[in-house]
Design a binder for this molecule. Structure first.
Ligand code: PMP
Length: 409
């Protein structure tokens, strides 16, 4: 299908879809440049949540009563909506979770229990978010396995040559980010998957920073697992997705035990339901799934290609503009980058830069971005980070630059 072409002027109008962006902050126009942390929500997502509670709320059990059927239908329709969004082969490859963190913990815990043994290795990159490090560390500790780390270069590029050197007969799984939240680097995920599969090794991709910025096709990428959070995709907090190939979801053990994930329970043994329910113990987040489906409708109407182009133009503009600031250095200069601009300013801590921005109505994250190993790689404590979404414009960037100009010793 051909995405409708949106012009800059159309994107200008989209800001009005997000009621919160009209809120003044510290008496000034809000320049919200922290969408990598979480996105604001369009009115139609907020309305979908309201409608759900006004008209459709019940727990999900089929054939119990009218509203329960209705909630179940909405929940399963959202699953199908997500399937279509990421082009998974089957809806039962879509597991609803709390977010990226829970998705990765689910795979690390279950894969670890079933397949990790002493001496095995899990291969990560040096720019992973803590949520794609710590769960693997826990799984490795339990199994007596080890983490191996693919280094990055001075631009923050994934060292593919080192990856090829590190993948070997002990590698059980590769866990790698699709887009780095700290540096903006887009990793060569498809090539990574091809190389890993050639060695018979499955790949989990952390899609938290990729999913809202370009069309993601899990079949084209070929990865075995793909994790993302609704809240970085204009959807509510507390809902996220683990895509898992059906072969893997069939053979991994359950994560949590409880209601909604069983076929039969006796005190002697439990027969689990089929995936995805096997991995969805307890009352599901129906509200979150409904909000996620509404967000995907909103996004696809605009078109991921148009969003990606708009954000790339903004990133280029911002990269050029911040170069005017004396002593500012961009951290993360990979050839292909997501909608993220991380930087340090000579003589100021990241926190001081963040506070100066905040005083001028600019919301940007400052700190280590839950990627301490990546910060250490560059010999810094942290960065200030401006991140872009479909509702940002040049005015936001100009406000950022004006705020940076006020930094004076
Ligand atoms: N991975 C990356 C690359 C991220 O940017 C984030 C969010 N900062 C996460 C994982 C964790 O996502 P969540 O907190 O929504 O579980």
């Amino acid at each position: 299908s051909c995405p409708r072409r949106m012009m800059g002027a159309d994107f200008q109008r989209l800001r009005n879809d997000f009621p919160l962006l009209a809120r003044p902050v510290r008496g000034q126009r809000l320049a919200y440049l922290d969408s990598a942390a979480t996105t604001q929500k369009p009115l139609e997502v907020i309305e979908a949540l309201r409608r759900y509670y006004l008209e459709d709320n019940a727990n999900t059990h089929r054939g119990v009563h009218f509203l329960s059927d209705r909630a179940t239908e909405l929940y399963e329709a959202a699953r199908e909506r997500v399937r279509r969004f990421v082009n998974a082969a089957r809806a039962d490859e879509i597991v609803f979770v709390r977010g990226t963190t829970e998705a990765i913990n689910l795979v690390a815990a279950t894969f670890g229990r079933a397949f990790l043994r002493a001496g095995d290795e899990i291969l990560l990159s040096a720019m992973e978010h803590h949520s794609n490090i710590v769960p693997w560390q826990i799984a490795c500790e339990q199994a007596g396995a080890q983490l191996r780390v693919v280094p990055i270069d001075d631009d923050g590029e994934f060292r593919f040559d080192e990856f090829e050197r590190l993948i070997g007969p002990r590698t059980r799984l590769v866990a790698v980010t699709h887009v780095s939240n700290a540096l903006g680097t887009v990793t060569p995920l498809r090539r990574i998957v091809e190389r890993a599969h050639a060695a018979g090794v499955p790949v989990l991709a952390d899609g938290a920073q990729a999913i809202a910025h370009a069309a993601v096709d899990v079949q084209a990428l070929g990865c075995d697992f793909y994790a993302f959070s609704g809240h970085k995709l204009y959807a509510p907090m507390g809902i996220g997705v683990l895509y898992g190939k059906s072969e893997w979801l069939a053979k991994l053990p359950p994560y949590q035990g409880g209601g909604h994930m069983i076929r039969d329970v006796t005190f002697a043994r439990t027969e689990y339901d089929l995936p995805p329910r096997k991995y969805e113990a307890g009352t599901p987040n129906v509200e979150g799934a409904v909000g996620l489906a509404a967000a995907l409708d909103y996004l696809e109407r605009i078109g991921l290609a148009a969003i990606g182009a708009h954000e790339r133009a903004l990133l280029d503009y911002a990269t050029a503009r911040v170069a005017e600031i004396g002593g500012l250095r961009v951290i993360g200069t990979a050839r292909e980058k997501g909608a993220i601009l991380s930087f340090v300013v000579d003589g100021f801590t990241a926190g001081e830069v963040g506070s100066a921005l905040d005083r001028h109505g600019v919301a940007a994250r400052s700190g280590h971005h839950c990627a301490l190993p990546a910060m250490r790689r560059f010999g810094i404590e942290g960065t200030a980070r401006a991140s872009f979404a479909l509702y940002n414009d040049r005015e936001d960037v100009d406000q950022l630059v004006a705020a940076l100009r006020t930094l004076r010793r």
